[in-house]
Design a protein around this ligand. Structure first.
Ligand SMILES: N[C@@H](CCC(=O)N[C@@H](CS)C(=O)NCC(=O)O)C(=O)O
Length: 310
């Protein structure tokens, strides 16, 4: 790996990580994988982000990108072809946003039900299953979850709609070209497919099954595995950051001390100096004793930036 190799901090059973692993495959990129802990604590993740703990995160030197919606945009900049945002699919990002939220939370109760949890989580060890349940309950405190019966109904509604969308023989959800929407819908269905004892829920949808196989064939690109210590050292030794600026009219000025936090779940705030703000992205600068000066990037969609009142 060299200094410009993108690093994905991810773990094997994570659907959102699978979304980006497939994007690496789609774009035939070479990337480095760091395996992060499935539950807190995650000291090396937090050294890089300053508090954000969701998975995955994308690192390019001393720039750290939170949330897969933004990370996908960054991978598009690195490797524009094939595009994730074809002109033929103007609603691709909107459908992806729905799939990453409403659809994802519709499938998780089904995939994590007791009959399948050992497959979904890759362990049958009661203490690990318990630790996972406790960690995720804290992560999503305040959210209302569907029960398994409600999850089944929603999965069936959504899969029937995907099946109708694909019924004319198109290769991808919006037609002949794949888009970010395909990758966002894919990772939730990948989660169900891995949950073998309950994966039969997908069987009635033949065109969707062929689409899933087609998506899986993108593979994961060229992956090398590195340790989190190597990734932190890569950040510490980087001397430049991606260009960032605060656009006029954004009501906050460069250099202000701000917090940035997700608005849905996993809302741990990141505090730093504002260095970038436009309609798409928020960038803060913070210094960590091991990772050095890091720029942490968030999408505007799904995040709030607020000035810290001293
Ligand atoms: N909107 C986020 C969602 C990411 C997400 O919820 N990831 C799950 C894992 S698939 C997570 O963070 N779980 C808790 C954790 O890994 O600490 C994104 O697109 O990156």
């Amino acid at each position: 790996m060299n200094a410009s190799t993108p690093i994905l901090h991810q773990f094997a059973i994570s659907p959102f990580s699978e979304k980006l692993r497939l994007v690496f495959g789609f774009k035939r990129l070479r990337w480095a994988a760091v395996e992060v802990p499935i539950v807190m604590p995650k000291p090396d993740v937090v050294a890089l982000t300053g508090g954000y703990r969701k998975t995955p995160i994308l690192q390019l030197g001393a720039d750290v990108y939170c949330d897969t919606a933004l990370a996908a945009r960054v991978l598009e900049r690195l490797q524009p072809t094939p595009t994730l945002y074809p002109a033929s699919a103007p609603l691709a990002e909107q459908l992806a946003q729905w799939a990453d939220s409403t659809f994802f939370w519709s499938v998780t109760p089904w995939a994590a039900q007791p009959a399948a949890a050992a497959f979904t989580l890759g362990t049958a060890e009661p203490s690990e299953l318990k630790a996972f349940a406790v960690d995720r309950a804290a992560l999503t405190a305040g959210m209302k979850h569907l029960n398994v019966a409600e999850s089944r109904i929603q999965i069936q509604r959504h899969c029937a709609a995907f099946e109708r969308q694909l019924a004319d023989g198109r290769d991808y959800l919006f037609g002949a070209e794949a888009s970010i929407a395909d990758f966002s819908v894919m990772h939730g269905l990948w989660f169900i497919r891995r949950a073998k004892p309950v994966a039969g829920i997908l069987e009635p949808y033949a065109a969707l099954g062929r689409w899933l196989d087609r998506m899986a064939r993108f593979g994961h690109g060229e992956r090398v595995d590195i340790t989190s210590a190597e990734a932190v050292a890569t950040a510490a030794s980087a001397t430049t950051h991606a260009a960032a600026s605060v656009l006029p009219g954004q009501k906050l000025e460069a250099g202000l001390r701000v917090t940035v936090a997700a608005t849905d779940y996993g809302t741990d705030p990141v505090t730093g100096a504002l260095v970038g703000l436009d309609d798409e992205e928020i960038v803060v600068r913070r210094t960590d004793e091991r990772a050095g000066t890091v720029h942490v990037h968030f999408p505007r969609a799904g995040f709030q930036v607020r000035q810290v009142k001293e």
